[in-house]
Design a protein around this ligand. Structure first.
Ligand SMILES: Nc1ncnc2c1ncn2[C@@H]1O[C@H](COP(=O)(O)OP(=O)(O)O)[C@@H](O)[C@H]1O
Ligand code: SF4
Ligand SMILES: [Mg+2]
Length: 332
């Protein structure tokens, strides 16, 4: 299988500039420094065509920032993203590229469709806006076009004459999905797309995503802080901690051959009906500030297996079994 997407050493830094007071104090010998957050730090992985790759990690670990860069709505600080091995965003031979051929091919679906759907527009116009703008359809075809897409996402045709506030949360997310699909993307980045929904509705929307993958040949990057959601939908899982990838493997390996202590801790927090697994146990300790990450292995202050080496030496991210990668000194 060919890669549809290659994420290579992607990095995003946010620099918080000094305010006037700090600059003033520095002028007289003060030592205020700009604060730099490495929201995403040297992240690399591939996505195969038709695959669902899950990205999981606690809040603030850089999932949304990574998703936005992949969807082309946030520039990269370093690294590159290649779509079908020929369209690039990011640095290629030290020159920044932004190939607009990918703009429509990678679409993003957010947590809260309410904030991204124009409340004054009817669904028919919300869904047809981008395809008309990009001349994928003409104005006279919009009703039949929208009817077909509503059908694909499990909504009735008459939904097109309603406004966003006239739908339930789950239905509104279906409208958000329909809008993203209206430009015929090949990759959909779902950022916490079921997080705001009730558990029963979550399952319906996840099943819709899986049906759409089959029927529309979609590939997903599915972002969630919730390992329970990720293990349900993903073929392969990327585990992030403080901007870095700590483990990548197939979902089966992540669940049954868990390697990284952080992944184990995340799985320990998944409430499950399977009685062979641990009961709910949140990860101990606070997430360190990304402004000032710990030395050595970033997870060491919270890791129950940490040794002296972990405090000083950063573990390498390496292949510990075929297609199973992890960054932990316990593998040495
Ligand atoms: N626009 C921004 N400006 C400054 N810092 C940001 C910005 N967006 C995200 N961050 C910081 O980057 C880190 C990663 O954030 P985010 O990607 O939203 O994480 P997640 O989606 O995993 O919760 C956090 O420390 C966050 O505060
Ligand atoms: S390298 Fe050390 S601190 Fe980091 S996860 Fe492995 S055992 Fe824990
Ligand atoms: Mg997020």
């Amino acid at each position: 299988m060919k890669h549809i997407l290659e994420v290579k050493q992607v990095t995003k830094k946010f620099v918080k500039s000094l305010d006037k007071t700090a600059k003033f104090v520095n002028y007289f010998g003060g030592s205020y420094k700009e604060e730099v957050v490495h929201a995403v730090d040297d992240v690399s992985f591939n996505i195969q065509s038709g695959e669902v790759v899950g990205v999981v990690g606690e809040s603030g670990c850089g999932k949304s920032t990574l998703g936005r860069m992949i969807a082309g709505i946030m520039p990269l600080t370093k690294g590159s993203i290649a779509f079908k091995e020929k369209h690039y965003v990011g640095y290629v031979n030290d020159k920044y590229q932004q190939d607009h051929a990918i703009d429509l091919k990678i679409q993003m679906i957010f947590q809260d469709p309410f904030s991204s759907l124009n409340p004054r527009k009817k669904v028919v116009d919300i869904i047809s806006e981008a395809p008309i703008h990009h001349q994928i359809i003409s104005n006279k075809d919009k009703k039949s076009f929208v009817a077909e897409i509503l059908n694909k996402v499990g909504l009735n045709t008459d939904a097109m004459n309603r406004y966003p506030h006239q739908f339930s949360g789950g239905q509104r997310q279906r409208v958000g999905i329909a809008r993203a699909l209206a430009v015929s993307p090949e990759i959909v980045v779902c950022d916490e797309s079921v997080a705001a929904l009730d558990v029963s509705i979550q399952a319906q929307i996840i099943n819709l995503f899986l049906d759409l993958r089959k029927n529309m040949n979609l590939t997903y990057l599915f972002i969630s802080h919730d390992m329970g959601v990720i293990e349900h939908i993903a073929d392969r899982i990327v585990v992030m901690y403080l901007g870095q990838v700590v483990e990548i493997a197939s979902t089966n390996e992540i669940i049954h051959q868990t390697n990284h202590p952080y992944t184990k801790a995340l799985l320990g927090g998944v409430p499950t009906l399977d009685t062979t697994r641990k009961i709910y146990e949140p990860i101990k300790g606070e997430i360190p500030s990304p402004l000032n990450p710990p030395s050595g292995c970033y997870f060491h202050p919270r890791c129950k297996f940490a040794t002296e080496k972990c405090k000083v030496e950063k573990p390498l991210f390496k292949e510990i079994a075929p297609n199973h990668f992890s960054a932990c000194h316990l593998n040495d």
